[in-house]
Design a protein. Structure first.
Length: 202
């Protein structure tokens, strides 16, 4: 079952029970408010735009691109825009290539976003990373925030690494094996544990 309010509550109860460190974090932050996004194509496009820029800058570029596309970012609308119009929204040449590849694959059926919800986590990652500019981290964010998968631990995420270092008193950011060891008891709610890690940094 994908993440919803009930799953968030169940996950928080589980995490409080199995991990005293996270229990303290949950006590301070309160209920998990993780919500899934509906528009799969727009979410992937925004993920590409967010690479190596601030959250605010990515949001601004996303709004400009949506305006240029007539209000909604979708393959059909992007196909109707010239490269110059997309670049005019603030999209870099490299990200333009990535967005075109995503749009082309979606339009011609090589990437069927509507079917991803039926695939395993590993298969979703394998499918999405065939798109230029989409790596494992982006695919994991898609699994959590779009498909609502409950048990994703994004070991390559700097925020989760930093949070684990701070919360668990580590000398340096933990490598993936150490992160997996820390989160071993979080399953099947690693996504919610990761969300609390991010929030602990706020």
């Amino acid at each position: 079952m994908p993440i919803d309010r009930q799953i968030c509550a169940e996950g928080a109860r589980h995490l409080r029970r199995v991990d005293p460190t996270l229990a303290e974090v949950i006590g301070k932050i309160g209920p998990c408010t993780l919500r899934v996004r509906r528009d799969r194509f727009a979410s992937l496009t925004q993920s590409i735009l967010s690479q190596q820029v601030s959250t605010q800058a990515a949001a601004t570029i996303g709004r400009r691109l949506a305006t240029a596309a007539g209000g909604r970012i979708c393959p059909e609308a992007l196909a109707g825009l010239t490269d110059e119009e997309i670049r005019g929204a603030g999209v870099s040449p490299q990200k333009l290539r990535y967005i075109r590849d995503l749009s082309d694959r979606t339009a011609d059926g090589r990437l069927q976003l509507s079917r991803l919800g039926h695939l395993s986590d590993a298969r979703v990652i394998e499918t999405l990373t065939c798109v230029k500019g989409i790596g494992v981290w982006t695919a994991q964010m898609f699994l959590i925030f779009v498909l609502g998968r409950t048990d994703i631990l994004p070991c390559g995420d700097l925020g989760v690494q930093n949070a684990m270092q701070q919360l668990y008193g580590l000398a340096e950011r933990p490598p993936p094996p150490e992160m997996e060891a820390i989160a071993a008891l979080w399953h099947p709610y690693a996504s919610i544990g990761s969300w609390y890690c991010w929030r602990s940094l706020d």
